[in-house]
Design a protein. Sequence first.
Length: 210
Amino acid sequence: MTEERTRKILSLLEKAYPDPKLILRYKNPLELLIATILAAQCTDERVNKVTEILFTKYKSAKEYAFAQQDVFEQEIRPTGFYRNKAKNIIACAKALEERFHGKVPETMEELLTLPGVGRKTASVLLGNVFGKQAIAVDTHVFRVSHRLDFAKFNNPDKVEIELCRIIPQKKWTQSCLVMGTHGRLTCIARKPLCKECVVEKLCNSKDKIV
Ligand code: SF4
């Protein structure tokens, strides 16, 4: 992996997707935190359908903290793994109330102390609502990173480290949004649209279909 190749690929992807954005809908850090926890093993589109109703009912960490677990489970059920997610979200909201005055903290270290929050969720928040540079390795970024030889490890946290090494820090957040968009629209999991791919000539993936 040469620096030149990485730079070239990212530049082509940036041109192809000039305004990449998260699919998850949110209006504040708390909403993005809840949506990102719900998005584990679920599509962003399905999460948006659930949060459209959820966010009209729960508006603060305190309200989530006092949610009735069995009722909350049913409210988020379409996102899958709903028992665990409900448990984590309620515990997370309690931690926000008890330790952070009901506000979502703005550092990786503090975010990682919250139940249900791993590095991906923390990075999504840091990069998209707190204006920091962070690499959030979701399923799309993970797949695209492997297909384009940006990463070799099978663990998202290790892929994050690999990406941090080859992408300039000032581009961490943007590059992830671009790679995520490429993964959703073109470098699709089952049948990548390689004929439409702007980096096809630079891709040596075994998954390539031409
Ligand atoms: S050529 Fe195909 S496999 Fe390679 S990055 Fe493009 S879409 Fe993905």
